[in-house]
Write a protein that binds this ligand. Structure first.
Ligand code: SF4
Ligand code: SF4
Length: 647
C-alpha cells in the first residue's frame, strides 16, 4: 500500500506523490505535515493589527481576556473574518478591473487580438447598465459599458448597478439592513479601515460591513468579470474536455497555464496554434505544442476552447514532477511559491507574467494586453526552446477522463427550453413535481489538511444520489470531473431516479460545470432565474437550495460564502472554520443570520453529514413551499374526467 494513500483519492496524484518522493521533491502535502496550524490563528483568536500585539486570546479565559487595546475575542474574530472577506473580494474585483480595462482598450481598438465575440450578451449588459443601444456601432456600446463598469470600482455613493438583478425581496432585505454596496473599492477599503486598531469594536457592525463587501464581490466585481469576459471571449456553451495529468503529452511541448485571469491564457491558446510556433517546436524534435490548464485559468480556457485540464490546486507541483512540462505560465491567485523550487529538480521554466505577482526564481515575461499576441508568442517560444532540455526522468500518469463543461446561466436557459422557449420552467416544474429534490452549488478549493478531492466527490455523489442537481465551479468542479461525474452518462450511474430521468431527457450531466471562481456569479444568476420563473417562492432564500465549499482554503472562498449567505443561501464549509474562537460571532453567522438574511453558515468536515445538513435544509424549504410530498402521477379514466367536469 502506498504511503501516500491517505493524502488523495486521485490515482494520478498518488502516482506523482510517489515520484516526487523518489526524486527528493517536497510538495504542499508534506509541508502541511511540517507546518502545523496554530490554534489561536485558526480559531480567529489572534489579532496582529497593531504593534502592541500580537494579542492571543486564550480560550480558557476568553470571557475576561482582552487584547492590549481592550479588544474582546468577539471583536478580534469578527475583524479577522472581515479581513478575509475584504482580501477575497479584492482579489476577485481586481480581476474584474483588469478585464474592464482590457475591454475598454479592445473597444477603442487599442488591444489587437481582443474584440466583441458575443453581441447578444453585449446588448443584454447594455440594458443592465442603461447604455443606449439604438443603431450605434457595437464598439461604441462596448466602450460605454466598459467605462460604466470601471466606474463601479471607484463609485462612492449610491448602489452597484447589478444589485438590481437580484430578486426584489432580496434587494429589500439588503436595503433595510444597509448593506447594499456603494462602490467595490470603497467597501474593501472601509473593511480595512474599520478593522484597523481602535475603529469598529462591535462585532455585529463589523460583520455587516463584511457582508456589504462580500456583496460588492458577488454582485459587483465577480459579476462584471464574468459578463465582460463572456462578451470578449464568448459565453460558454457545452464543450467536451479531458481532465487529469494524463492530458500531458510525452512527445509534445507541454505548456501549463495557471492562475485566474483569462486575458493571457486566451492569447497563449492562439499563439500555441501559430504555424511559426508549431514549426519551431518540430525543429526542436517535438510533434507539436500541447496547452493544458491548472486551477481557474484551466476552467476558463476549457469552457471556451476545450483546452484540457491538467488538474486542480493541489496538483500544480505534481504537474512539474511529471518531468514533461516545458513551461508553467502563471498570472495571479493560487500560485504556490514553491513552484521554482520544484522546477529546479526538472527542466520546467516558471514564467510569471503579471506585475502584481512575481516569484523569486521564476522568469518574468511581462504580459502586455495592448500587444497581447506578441507577449503570448514570446512566452510560447520560451517554452518551445526549453523542450531539448527535458531530461529522461519523465513519467506521465495515464489517467485522464472525459467531461462536459460550459454550462453558463444563459446556456442552461437555452438547453431547458430551446431557442424560442428558452426558460427555466422545466427545471422549476421538475423541482415542484419532486423529480429534482433541490439545487446545490458545490465550489471551492483543495486543502492539504483534508484528503485531496475526497470531500468534494463524496459530497457531490451523495447529493446527486438524492436527486439534487449540482452546480459547480473552481477546483471542486475538477475534482468531480476526475471522478467521471461531469458526463451525461453519470446520470444513470450515480444519480437518483428522478434526477437521472430529467438529465436523460434534457441531455445534461447531473453535475454542471459553470466555470471558475469569479463565475460563482453565474450560480447567483441561475438561482435568481429560478425565483423569477415562479412557483418556488419570492426570494433565493425560499428555494430548496444549498451551497458548500468542502475543501476551501482561499480568502476568496470566505467572500464567496458570505455573499451566498447574504443572498439567502444555506452554505456549509468543510476543512476548518475561522471564527470558532468566538461563540458570539459563530452563533451570529450560524444561527442569527437565518433571521437577518434568511441564509446562514454551517461548518461540517464530514461529507456525509454535510450532505445531510444540505438535504435537511432542502427538505425544510420544500415543506415551506408545500411541495414536500411527491405528487403521484394519476392516469385519469373517463369516469374521473366526468367527475372533474362536474365540479
Ligand atoms: S489592535 Fe488591540 S488586540 Fe489587536 S494587536 Fe493591537 S492591541 Fe492587540
Ligand atoms: S477554487 Fe480555490 S484553489 Fe481553486 S483556483 Fe479557485 S481559489 Fe484557487
Amino acid at each position: 500500500m502506498s504511503s501516500h494513500e491517505s493524502r488523495s483519492v486521485d490515482p494520478a496524484t498518488l502516482e506523482m506523490l510517489e515520484k516526487a518522493a523518489s526524486d527528493g521533491v517536497k510538495t504542499a502535502f508534506e509541508r502541511a505535515d511540517d507546518v502545523r496550524p496554530c490554534n489561536f490563528g485558526s480559531e480567529g483568536r489572534c489579532c496582529r493589527n497593531c504593534s502592541m500585539g500580537p494579542c492571543r486570546i486564550s480560550s480558557k479565559k476568553e470571557a475576561e481576556a482582552r487584547g492590549v487595546c481592550g479588544a474582546t475575542v468577539d471583536t478580534i474574530a469578527a475583524r479577522n473574518f472581515a479581513r478575509m472577506v475584504a482580501a477575497g473580494a479584492a482579489a476577485h474585483s481586481d480581476h474584474g478591473r483588469a478585464v474592464a480595462e482590457t475591454f475598454i482598450a479592445a473597444a477603442k481598438g487599442e488591444a489587437p487580438g481582443y474584440g466583441i465575440k458575443d453581441v447578444q450578451k453585449l446588448l443584454q449588459v447594455a440594458l443592465d447598465f442603461g447604455v443606449e443601444i439604438g443603431d450605434r456601432p457595437v464598439e461604441d456600446i462596448a466602450l460605454e459599458i466598459g467605462e460604466k463598469a470601471l466606474e463601479q470600482f471607484g463609485q462612492q455613493e449610491g448602489e452597484l448597478v447589478y444589485v438590481k438583478k437580484a430578486p426584489l425581496n432580496r434587494q429589500k432585505i439588503w436595503r433595510e439592513l444597509g448593506v447594499v454596496p456603494r462602490g467595490i473599492d470603497r467597501e474593501v477599503v472601509e473593511s480595512m479601515h474599520r478593522t484597523h486598531m481602535g475603529v469598529d469594536q462591535d462585532y455585529e457592525n463589523i460583520l455587516l460591513q463584511a457582508t456589504r463587501t462580500a456583496l460588492a464581490d458577488g454582485w459587483g466585481g465577480s459579476m462584471i468579470a464574468t459578463d465582460l469576459q463572456d462578451i470578449m471571449f464568448g459565453t460558454p456553451v457545452p464543450i467536451l474536455g479531458r481532465v487529469n495529468l494524463g492530458v500531458l503529452k510525452e512527445d509534445q511541448v507541454n505548456i501549463i497555464i495557471h492562475g485566474h485571469e483569462p486575458l493571457l491564457s486566451e492569447m497563449i491558446v492562439y499563439a500555441a496554434q501559430d504555424p511559426e510556433m508549431v514549426a519551431l517546436a518540430q525543429s526542436k524534435g517535438a510533434k507539436g505544442i500541447n496547452v493544458a490548464g491548472i486551477c481557474c485559468t484551466a476552467n476558463e480556457i476549457l469552457m471556451r476552447h476545450g483546452v484540457p485540464l491538467a488538474g486542480n490546486f493541489l496538483q500544480q507541483e505534481l504537474a512539474i514532477v511529471t518531468g514533461a512540462v516545458e513551461a508553467m505560465v502563471v498570472d495571479v491567485q493560487c500560485i504556490m511559491q514553491s513552484l521554482p523550487d520544484v522546477a529546479q529538480c526538472y527542466h520546467t521554466k516558471i514564467i510569471t507574467t503579471s506585475p502584481k505577482a512575481k516569484i523569486p526564481g521564476a522568469t518574468h515575461i511581462q504580459f502586455d494586453e495592448h500587444d497581447a499576441l506578441s507577449s503570448a508568442k514570446q512566452i510560447v517560444k520560451a517554452a518551445v526552446e526549453n523542450f531539448p532540455n527535458r531530461g529522461a526522468n519523465v513519467k506521465i500518469p495515464k489517467y485522464e477522463v472525459d467531461l462536459v463543461a460550459g454550462f453558463s446561466h444563459e446556456t442552461i436557459d437555452y438547453l431547458l427550453g430551446g431557442t424560442f422557449r428558452a426558460s427555466y420552467r422545466p427545471l422549476n416544474d421538475n423541482i415542484i413535481n419532486g423529480r429534482i429534490r433541490g439545487i446545490a452549488g458545490v465550489v471551492g478549493c483543495n486543502n492539504p489538511r483534508v484528503k485531496h478531492d475526497e470531500i468534494h466527490t463524496t459530497l457531490v455523489k451523495e447529493l446527486i444520489k438524492n436527486d439534487v442537481i449540482v452546480l459547480q465551479t473552481g477546483c471542486s468542479a475538477m475534482a468531480c470531473a476526475k471522478e467521471g461525474l461531469l458526463t451525461p452518462e453519470a446520470a444513470s450511474k450515480f444519480a437518483g431516479g428522478g434526477l437521472a430521468e430529467v438529465c436523460e431527457t434534457v441531455g445534461i450531466p447531473p453535475v454542471l460545470h459553470m466555470g471558475s471562481c469569479v463565475d460563482n456569479s453565474r450560480i447567483l444568476m441561475a438561482a435568481t432565474a429560478v425565483v423569477k420563473e415562479g412557483g418556488l417562492g419570492d426570494d433565493i432564500s425560499d428555494l430548496p437550495a444549498a451551497g458548500a465549499a468542502p475543501e476551501w482554503m482561499s480568502e476568496k472562498a470566505v467572500s464567496i460564502g458570505q455573499y451566498f449567505v447574504a443572498s439567502g443561501v444555506f452554505t456549509v464549509f468543510g476543512a476548518t472554520w475561522p471564527t470558532t474562537g468566538s461563540e458570539k460571532v459563530t452563533d451570529l453567522l450560524f444561527k442569527g443570520y437565518e433571521d437577518i438574511f434568511k441564509g446562514k453558515w454551517a461548518f461540517e468536515p464530514d461529507p456525509y453529514k454535510m450532505a445531510k445538513l444540505m438535504l435537511d435544509h432542502i427538505d425544510k424549504k420544500r415543506k415551506a413551499l408545500g411541495i414536500d410530498k411527491a405528487r403521484e402521477r394519476v392516469l385519469y379514466d373517463m369516469a374521473m374526467r366526468r367527475e372533474l367536469d362536474a365540479v
